[in-house]
Write a protein that binds this ligand. Structure first.
Ligand code: AMP
Ligand code: MG
Length: 477
């Protein structure tokens, strides 16, 4: 029996200034913590011929799979608005695995040692944040939201020094690619038009082949990346996900959610919600995510300027026109999404007002975002304040003359009944840190079917107790 890795490392064909060849650092005592069998199967991979030690060797990089050609990718990024040259400082792309159905995925180690882009960092990762990325990315996947996924977590047997000494770990991440807005910014800063053209061509071939044969590709590319980001942010807004660090280096060209550092799910509804300890001004607050996505896309437009049109004045015009269309496009999609959450199938002019009334009511009364929709679905609205809304909503529902089943199905497909609540995630990570993965795996299992109401979920449906109101998240470093 073979593992079936089939590498084809097309990224390494790009200009050499875009990457550095680096081997993952050998680790002292590789140990497997988690292996995602479901994902392995989807990738056409099979590890049953290996014993656990060999699997651990593989997912720490002590042994490399055949065909891997490890690189650290160069990129830049606007971090909290400031442009910096970055690059994979603690990550290494082993290569692109081609699945039996011909899909191409980056296989990346996170936490596998220093690279030329590590700057002052140690290139390492701690177990807690890697488990956190594992569980949140898997939760996102099962919520039907585009995301990178997690194939394995291993520990290295080495300590990493943070505020305290922590166990070192490596996450194996799977992504459609790791090309970021920041990758384009990096090439743009270098003012290397040939490489910029190559990167654009490469990104189109890999993610947007439908425009491969067009004459003016750059504007179409920008529009398509924007469409995917709008869809993604709309999905985040649907489930109350706060990314937490939407720097341009954390925005993927493929439209996947990526880099689950200080992210968290909102409990009671407030667009100003911020959990990240470093986001002092709420730049990446829940309600700011659409406008930040637009801002980031404007940085992509800046980077693409030389290719948007030969005449640079025209190029600016073209870029601005596309970026300015974001707001309207997003609002249409947001509105459609909210209508689905409320089971509204037909169109009524007052739907915008009805939706806003619900949002205002939730905010004013600090109602749990997830559970409010759940209560509406289950016809279990106890809250007096929500009753006023509910009566109006019921009238609106009756007006559309659709079967109860049809309405409920639509709502059920769009409103999760279980999300990775911060206090449950923390609780499971605390246990995992002591070597006990029971609560982690229980939570993970609950999150695998987030749209189905069933027994034994109550534990995961309660919002955090009052004492948790000051919940803080940290960048996964
Ligand atoms: P992040 O906030 O995880 O998106 O990381 C931002 C940048 O910092 C990326 O270029 C990372 O590769 C780099 N970085 C984060 N942690 C470390 C670390 N421990 N060692 C080296 N580089 C790091
Ligand atoms: Mg990052």
């Amino acid at each position: 029996m073979k593992i079936n890795f089939k590498f084809d490392n097309s990224y390494t064909q790009l200009t050499s200034m875009m990457m550095a060849k680096v081997m993952p650092a050998k680790v002292k005592l590789p140990k497997l913590v988690l292996l995602n069998y479901d994902l392995a199967e989807k990738l056409g991979l099979n590890f049953s011929s290996l014993d656990e030690k060999q699997v651990a060797e593989l997912f720490t990089g002590n042994t490399l799979p055949e065909g891997a050609n490890p690189i650290a990718q160069a990129y830049a990024g606007h971090q909290f608005g400031h442009l910096t040259i970055l690059g994979d400082g603690r990550a290494i792309v082993l290569g692109e695995h081609i699945t039996p159905t011909n899909q191409r995925y980056d296989i990346q180690f996170k936490g596998s040692g220093r690279t030329p882009y590590s700057r002052g960092g140690d290139g390492k990762a701690a177990l807690g944040p890697m488990l956190r990325e594992y569980i949140i990315s898997e939760a996102m996947y099962h919520l039907n939201i585009r995301t990178t996924r997690s194939l394995a977590v291993t520990t290295t047997g080495e300590n990493v020094m943070r505020e305290t000494v922590l166990p070192g770990a490596i996450l194996t991440r799977v992504a459609e690619s790791h090309i970021r807005v920041g990758t384009f910014e990096y090439v743009a800063i270098k003012r290397d038009i040939q490489t910029l053209k190559k990167l654009l061509q490469y990104s189109i071939d890999r993610h947007y082949p439908e425009i491969k044969d067009l004459d003016k590709q750059a504007p179409e590319f920008l529009k398509l990346v924007m469409e995917r980001q709008i869809d993604l942010i709309t999905d985040w807004m649907r489930v109350g996900f706060i990314h937490g660090v939407m720097n341009t280096d954390n925005m993927s060209i493929s439209g996947e959610s990526i880099d689950f550092g200080p992210c968290a799910f909102m409990d009671y509804y407030n667009p100003k919600t911020v959990f990240s300890s470093i986001d002092h001004h709420g730049r990446y607050a829940f309600g700011n995510q659409p406008s930040i996505a637009q801002w980031n896309l404007a940085r992509l437009a800046d980077a693409l300027l030389p290719l948007l049109d030969e005449d640079q004045n025209k190029a600016i015009e073209v870029g601005e026109e596309i970026i300015h269309s974001f707001k309207e496009k997003y609002e249409i999609k947001f509105h459609k999404m909210m209508k689905k959450k409320l089971g509204l199938i037909t169109d009524e002019v007052d739907d915008v007002i009805l939706i806003q009334e619900l949002l205002d009511t939730m905010e004013k009364n600090k109602l749990d975002y997830t559970n409010t929709f759940r209560d509406l679905m289950n016809d279990k609205v106890n809250n007096e304040t929500l009753k006023i809304f509910k009566d109006k909503w019921k009238i609106r529902i009756d007006k559309q003359n659709r079967s109860h089943e049809e309405v409920l199905t639509l709502m059920r497909n769009n409103n999760p009944v279980v999300i990775p609540r911060n206090h449950k995630v923390e609780e499971s990570l605390k246990e995992a840190h002591k070597g006990n993965l029971v609560s982690f795996n229980n939570l993970l299992n609950a999150l695998k079917d987030p749209y189905t109401e069933r027994n034994n979920l109550a534990l995961y449906q309660q919002p955090a107790p009052e004492t948790d109101k000051k919940y803080k998240t940290f960048c996964g470093t």
